[in-house]
Design a protein around this ligand. Structure first.
Ligand code: 6GU
Length: 233
């Protein structure tokens, strides 16, 4: 899987992605990361990439030209071979990201991420290059970078070879539509709190039953909306 990120803050993307599990996957060659500083493509003599919105209003917009030229440079190979690469624009106006979207995107060979700043990006370049507009939730960030990192992390862990043996993509929250059950490690008593007896019993069927009940109870209490979604299936 190749991720290409168009951004004004490439060092933020590189720093986060070259850490932990994604960093190891990049070192192994299972993931490839390329960042592109949109500012390198501006034709403005003062290296500006933003301007005032037509019709007035607060804030500045990123202009179409530097964004398009950065995209054209990064997508050149794909476009030459007749393919338009999957291009994700991170925006609070996008469709809300979920596990199903992560799994869908993980099937691609290459994804380009476009991170906006200021009040947004000229709509004409979005129309021309973007295939998917994604939000990571109902709150506003200062830019698309952190959102792109969230999406890349969730997609990366679904790519075969990214997770080592110590973790599996199968058993965490959302893979079966329920929240994860509580977990415990040594010691078996800490601050006067004991690990639930069933987990020490070695009785695998009882353990599985307990975990399923805990998952259901947590989901009922914390995310009843998920239970409705789950029962529709
Ligand atoms: Cl994708 N971008 C920004 N700027 N804010 C957000 C977001 C994205 N998703 C939620 N809030």
């Amino acid at each position: 899987m190749k991720f290409t990120v168009l951004t004004l803050f490439p060092e933020l993307i590189e720093g986060a992605m070259n850490t932990s599990i994604c960093g190891r996957a990049i070192s192994k060659g299972v993931l490839e990361l390329k960042t592109c500083d949109i500012r390198d493509y501006t034709e403005n003599k003062n290296r500006r990439v933003d301007d005032y919105p037509y019709g007035g209003g607060a804030g500045m917009l990123m202009q179409a030209q530097p964004v398009y030229d950065a995209y054209a440079a990064m997508a050149a190979e794909s476009l030459a071979s007749g393919k338009k690469p999957r291009t994700v624009f991170l925006t609070p106006a996008g469709k809300v990201f979920d596990q199903a979207k992560a799994e869908e995107l993980a099937k691609e060979d290459e994804i380009i991420f476009l991170c906006g700043h200021y009040e947004g990006i000229d709509e004409r370049v979005i129309e021309e290059i973007v295939t998917d507009e994604i939000s990571i939730g109902d709150y506003v960030l200062t830019g698309g970078e952190l959102a792109s990192l969230v999406v890349m992390d969730a997609v990366a862990r679904m790519v075969p070879g990214v997770l080592g043996n110590e973790t599996s993509a199968g058993t965490e929250s959302f893979t079966d539509g329920l929240l994860e059950y509580p977990q415990y490690t040594r010691p078996d008593e800490w601050h006067g709190k004991k690990v639930p007896e069933v987990l020490l019993s070695g009785h695998h069927a009882n353990i599985e039953k307990w975990r399923k009940e805990q998952s259901l109870q947590r989901t009922r209490e914390r995310r009843p909306d998920l239970l409705e979604k789950f029962s529709d299936q």
